[in-house]
Ligand binder design. Structure first.
Ligand SMILES: [Zn+2]
Length: 409
C-alpha cells in the first residue's frame, strides 16, 4: 500500500507516516487491520474482493484479517450476493451485536446509553447527579447495570465516558474540570471495578470531534475546531488532519483564555476567562441580573423563554452569542481552521443567535476568509457517539502510535 492511499482513508484513522516508517512487521499488520476495519465501516455491506480493491492489499491478506475480525466479533458475515456467474460473495458488515456502554457526564446529570458498532442507540436514560463524586459514579454504574441486564445477549466491548474536563490520555485521570468538582477521584478505576469492563475517559469536546470524524462529516477537511458551549466553553482541535491533544491532553482550553482581566471570577481560579462570558452559565447570570423574582433556570428553560419572546431572555443569550463570536478570534488567529463547529444548548436557537456569533467572528478576523461556522446536529448524541468512538479506537489500535501501550486489555 503506498503512502498516498494511507492519507485518503476517511475518518479517524489518519495514519502518521512518521510512525509508519518506524513500524515493525507486527505494526504493519495492525495498520492493515485498521485500514480494513475502516473500509468495512464506510462501505458496508462489502465483499472481500471489494475490500482488496479498495485497500490495495492482497486477497490473501484480506482473508486472514477478515477471519481475525470475525473471530474478535468486530465484523459479521451477512447476506450472500447473487451474481449471474462465478462465486457468490458473502457480504461483511460491522457486527451490531457488539455494543458499548457510554455516559455523557455533566455537572448536574449524566446520560447513560448503549450504542452498537454502527452508532445506533439501543437504550438511553438521564441520571441526575449530585456534586459528590463517589455517589454520582455509583448512580452511573447502577444505570449501566440495568441497561446491561436488559441486553444480556449482546457482546459488551467496553465503556466510554465523556467528561466535562481534560483527561490525561496516559493516566486516564481527570486533570482539569472546574465545573465538576471531582478532582482526585479515579472514575475509571471505580467503574472498571464494578462493571468488569475496560473504561475509556475522554474530554467532551474531543469526543464530539471524534463523532464528527466518525460520521464522515469532516471528510476532506484538515483544519477544524469544535467548540462546546455548555456550563463551560471547551474546544477540540483538528490541525493538519490530526486531532491535537497536546501534553497531558490539555490542548484546546481556549475557554480559559482571559478576555477581560477584571471580569467575573472563573472556576479555574482566574478572572474574566472567555467561558465566563460565552458559556450557558454566562447567559443565565445575565438573565438573573436583568430580571427580578425567581431566576433559577437552566439553559433549556431560558431558551424556552426566548422562544416565547421574553425580552430579558433574548438579551441575555444575545450577549452570550456576541461574546462567543468575539472569542472565536482566539481560534481563528491561532489555528486558522476551515470550519468551526459549535455544539451545545445555544445551537437549538441557532437561527436567531447564529448570525450574531458569525457577525462578531467575521468582524474580528485578522485577515483572510473567515472559517465556515456550523453546528453539530445533536450535541448530546455527539458526545455519546464520541465516547463510543474512543472505545473503538483504543481497542482497534488508534492510540497505538502514541506510545505502544494502547490496547486497553
Ligand atoms: Zn477560567
Amino acid at each position: 500500500m503506498n503512502q498516498a492511499s494511507h492519507t485518503r482513508i476517511r475518518g479517524i484513522k489518519r495514519i502518521d507516516l512518521a510512525y509508519v516508517e518506524l513500524a515493525s512487521s507486527e505494526d504493519a499488520r495492525d495498520i492493515n487491520r485498521d485500514i480494513v476495519l475502516e473500509i468495512i465501516r464506510s462501505k458496508q455491506p462489502v465483499a472481500r474482493a471489494d475490500l482488496a480493491r479498495a485497500s490495495g492489499l492482497q486477497p490473501s491478506t484480506i482473508s486472514s484479517i477478515v477471519e481475525q475480525l470475525i473471530e474478535e466479533k468486530w465484523v459479521s458475515e451477512g447476506e450472500v450476493v447473487r451474481r449471474p456467474r462465478g462465486r457468490r460473495p458473502t457480504l461483511l458488515s460491522f457486527n451490531d451485536q457488539l455494543v458499548i456502554l457510554v455516559a455523557d457526564v455533566r455537572p448536574n446529570q449524566a446520560i447513560v446509553a448503549l450504542v452498537d458498532l454502527n452508532g445506533k442507540f439501543l437504550a438511553r436514560e438521564t441520571v441526575p447527579l449530585g456534586s459528590q463524586p463517589e455517589r454520582a459514579v455509583k448512580k452511573i454504574i447502577q444505570s449501566m447495570r440495568s441497561i446491561r441486564d436488559l441486553h444480556e445477549g449482546r457482546s459488551f466491548e467496553g465503556i466510554g465516558i465523556s467528561m466535562p474536563g481534560r483527561v490525561d490520555p496516559e493516566t486516564q485521570r481527570l486533570l482539569l474540570a472546574p465545573n465538576l468538582k471531582w478532582s482526585d477521584y479515579d472514575v475509571k478505576a471505580a467503574v472498571e471495578e464494578e462493571m468488569r469492563l475496560p473504561v475509556e475517559l475522554a474530554n467532551a469536546a474531543n469526543a464530539s470531534l471524534l463523532s464528527e470524524l466518525w460520521s464522515g462529516r469532516l471528510d476532506g477537511i484538515r483544519d477544524a475546531v469544535l467548540v462546546t458551549v455548555s456550563e463551560g466553553v471547551g474546544a477540540a482541535i483538528l490541525a493538519n488532519g490530526q486531532i491535537v491533544t497536546g501534553r497531558s491532553g490539555m490542548a484546546g482550553e481556549f475557554g480559559h483564555s482571559p478576555i477581560d482581566p477584571r471580569g467575573p471570577s472563573c472556576g479555574c481560579g482566574q478572572r474574566g476567562c472567555w467561558e465566563v462570558f460565552a458559556s450557558s452559565s454566562a447567559a443565565l447570570r445575565t438573565y438573573a441580573e436583568l430580571s427580578t423574582g425567581d431566576t433559577r433556570l437552566d439553559m433549556r428553560q431560558l431558551l424556552q423563554l426566548v422562544e416565547q419572546g421574553d425580552a430579558n431572555a433574548i438579551a441575555a443569550v444575545e450577549r452570550q452569542a456576541a461574546y462567543l463570536g468575539q472569542g472565536l478570534r482566539l481560534i481563528t488567529a491561532s489555528l486558522a481552521p476551515e470550519v468551526i463547529l459549535i455544539t451545545g444548548d445555544i445551537t437549538t436557537s441557532w437561527a436567531r443567535f447564529g448570525p450574531i456569533v458569525r457577525k462578531e467572528m467575521e468582524r474580528t478576523m485578522l485577515a483572510g476568509t473567515p472559517p465556515r461556522l456550523e453546528t453539530t446536529s445533536d450535541g448530546e448524541l455527539a458526545r455519546l457517539r464520541g465516547a463510543a468512538a474512543v472505545v473503538l479506537q483504543r481497542h482497534s489500535g488508534y492510540y497505538r502510535s502514541a506510545k505502544g501501550s494502547s490496547k486497553a486489555r
